[in-house]
Design a protein around this ligand. Sequence first.
Ligand code: HEM
Length: 463
Amino acid sequence: MMNSSPFPTPAKGLPLLGHLVPLLRDPLGFLARLPARGDLVQVRLGPLRALVVCDPDLTCDVLRDDRTFDKGGPVYERLREFAGNGLATCPYGDHRRQRRLLQPAFHPARLPGYARAAAARAAETTGSWQDGQILDVLAVLQELTVRITVDTLFSTTVPPDLLTQALSDLNTLVSGLTVRMATPPPMDRLPTLGNRRYHQARARLPRLLHRLVSERQAAGTDHGDLLSMLLTAQDPVPGPAEQRLTDTEVIDQIVTFFLGATETAASTLAWALHLLGQHPETERRLHAEVDAVLGGRPATHADLPRLELTGRILTETLRLWPSAWGVTRTCTADTHLDRYPVPAGTTIVYSPYLLHHRADLYPDPERFDPDRWAPENPRPPRREAYIPFGGGARKCIGERFVTSEMVLALATIATRWRLRPLPGTRVRPTIGGPTLNPSGLRMCAIARTTTGISSPANREKPQ
Ligand code: HEM
């Protein structure tokens, strides 16, 4: 795109860096200010020019036409370094076949089984907390969501040493992602400690996963988990491509599911607990709901329809703090958005965060208000303006699975615990790889009785 571009730009771009400094200093504030400039705003990040879509209808146009607005841009280029050509990163040409092969793993009939695994792990984790314990909330939830993903993906068949190494490598790759997105190619190969660790992990992880897949294939047992489904999935539509996933594709999908499933859910649950800590009245209503529905017993998939407020709290949390805060696309052909020509090769950014914080779409947008989503709200938010899971053909395949996982986890926590904010702690949104995390979130776990009334000892704990 040339400087004569018809698109508005944010103020104060620097000669070489463009808008990189304000974006890195305050990414969310930067994004939230863009709609005031126009529906399509051009930003400059070092050498990269990108078009940020600030309007819900134009965002829908981008999401619906996934052939023209294909996966690409800095986020996906870096993700492909280790998620290969998995479902989330593959281009349009490979997508439909992969989605057909993977969709059965997320069929509604399979959800109760996944929910059982999620509820059992949530009960185990929360059962190990001590009254008055200070929790590093995000870390605890990351461990929980990793365990749930491992259980659903591999049942319990992975040797512990292999699992520990694979998770550590994955962690190295994800945490290196933000830095690498901002590092131009020759610099990303310099022998710095960070780069060396990243490249080691990138080489080792596929080897570990190959071992896992070969062992499972040699055993030939169907464990009824996601890995068994990946290994046996068969494309119902005949065509020139393989009818089954190749071994490399299976490995790419495993990495993709880990990336998609763990950080996002942990961060959403952590934000929800933080928000509940700030809004005691909503927390009280949540406790009343879980007490009425569960009466102290563990939550199951069958309880989900009645855990209505629990669900709305998570819906509102995903509005305020959508893990996928900014997502890129590459334009594969000359096209138009609104009345503007958009040339092939243009990088497009869509941002759930930006849309979810527009005051014209959500009155008082910074207010945490789960009742926006109540069926009796006379002015419910517009469907196109709520996109925490993206949209169109590339919409999140794990949406239903993760929604039930998070509702069950939050209900399980609320049945037994109140999490109180620690005085003086400052929680800041931090961009951790592709997700938006609450950093510095430490809370005190206070045991509840099943009637929802704290014991006298508990009332003396920090508020
Ligand atoms: C709160 C949790 C989650 C959030 C906020 C979330 C968000 C998203 C978003 C925004 C996209 C679209 C990305 C784009 O447009 O480029 C997406 C796609 C995807 N997500 Fe999720 N996700 C979550 C959980 C999960 C889980 C649990 C899984 C797997 C079990 C998963 C697997 C995927 C995959 C494979 C795709 C690519 C789908 C395709 O291109 O066909 N996600 N997710």
